[in-house]
Design a binder for this molecule. Structure first.
Ligand SMILES: Nc1nc2c(ncn2[C@@H]2O[C@H](COP(=O)(O)OP(=O)(O)OP(=O)(O)O)[C@@H](O)[C@H]2O)c(=O)[nH]1
Ligand SMILES: [Zn+2]
Length: 348
């Protein structure tokens, strides 16, 4: 990678930011947070709120799940400006200098200038400016012990953030919320903390991060440089598997499959280890439903939601699932899925 070919990202609140005209610099906000914390919910909220700002969003692709991620983003997003940015190894600081900047440039060439740019990184990426923390599972992620040599990504994200959004406050008691808040505070004593449901945050807080930047006294560029030197890649034990099974499935069978996986935890890999699913996403075809259904799971919580996208008449109905977690093996999980669906169909 040639350094001179890579334009630098503009530090938030950098000189010239308030200058009018085409030379005005555009703030870039990077959104981090552990798997399923609510980053996409936040982006969708920001993009659908009335704010009279032109905002570009750059989403990352995670592992094999890119096709599905993309379709999910489109079906939820309404009118988004989108550019797809593949983060190599899901690591922002490795990728942002080459294809990251390129993605932003491509976007501006096609769409003109934006007022703000938001960048979503994978749940396991390194650096952070705005970090979404899951009120229900955040404490578990922050305190998880890592094997020798591996960094706890969740606490690294919190440590680097200028703004923390503790999301899903509806799922916890005031006491649990206090614990998460205290834990975040102990990792990052300077960071501004906001608490939300469905990531519904006052936009001025999110789009105007340089206010906090001055607090921490360190620019985005410096942060990226800093993080690059103390580098650790994705937690190797966590992997992504994707599979597709054509046809219609019954809702009760799908529930059974998911509950075995997330609640009963009785699905094992070939060596007998329990498959531990942190994140589950899917686009499925439920018998008797004309519209595509989205499956969303975060640890033991999941829900099914009918989308506005109808299956077309000549379209092949199919089920696509993405699982992120430990001890996942694709063949086995696919077999279990098919078996669960078939088994119950014979019985009922
Ligand atoms: N109960 C509750 N659920 C929420 C809240 N915010 C988001 N969710 C749900 O949490 C799930 C994950 O949300 P996403 O926005 O996709 O999370 P993400 O951080 O983008 O996930 P990854 O990109 O996979 O890391 C979805 O099912 C959301 O509907 C909240 O405040 N309360
Ligand atoms: Zn997301």
């Amino acid at each position: 990678m040639e350094d001179e070919e890579c334009p630098d990202l503009v530090p938030i609140g950098g000189a010239g930011e308030t200058e009018p005209g085409p030379g005005r610099r555009i703030p870039v906000t990077i959104i981090t947070g552990y798997l399923g914390a609510g980053k996409t919910t936040l982006l969708n909220y920001i993009l659908t709120e009335q704010h009279n700002k032109r905002i570009a969003v750059i989403l990352n692709e995670f592992g094999e799940g890119s096709a599905l991620e993309k379709s999910l983003a489109i079906s939820q997003g309404g009118e988004l400006y989108e550019e797809w940015l593949e983060l190599r190894n899901g690591c922002l600081c490795c990728s942002v200098k080459d294809n990251g900047v390129k993605a932003i440039e491509n976007l501006m060439q096609r769409r003109g200038k934006f007022d703000y740019i938001l960048l979503e990184t994978t749940g396991l990426a390194d650096p952070g400016i705005l970090c979404v923390v899951d009120a229900k599972h955040g404490l578990q992620h922050l305190t998880e012990e890592k094997p020798e040599g591996l960094v706890n990504e969740a606490s690294r994200q919190v440590a680097l953030a200028d703004l923390i959004i503790i999301n899903k406050t509806d799922l916890v008691s005031e006491e649990e919320l206090n614990k998460v808040r205290t834990s975040v505070r102990s990792i990052n004593g300077l960071v501004k903390i906001l608490e939300t449901q469905r990531s519904r945050v006052d936009l001025s807080n999110v789009l105007d991060l340089h206010a906090f930047d001055s607090l921490s006294g360190i620019s985005l560029q410096k942060k990226l440089e800093h993080v690059k030197t103390t580098h650790a890649h994705l937690d190797k034990a966590i992997t992504t598997v994707t599979f597709e099974v054509p046809g219609n499935i019954k809702e009760e069978n799908l529930n059974l499959f998911i509950q075995n996986l997330l609640w009963e935890k009785n699905v094992k890999d070939k060596t007998g280890r329990t498959m531990d699913v942190i994140r589950l996403k899917g686009l499925v075809s439920i018998q008797g439903k004309s519209h595509q259904v989205i499956v969303q799971g975060v640890h033991e919580l999941y829900d099914l939601e009918e989308t506005k996208v109808a299956w077309k008449e000549d379209e092949k109905r199919t089920n696509r699932l993405v699982l992120i977690g430990r001890n996942l093996d694709k063949e086995t999980i696919k077999e279990v899925f098919i078996a669960t669906v078939r088994e119950k169909q014979r019985n009922s």
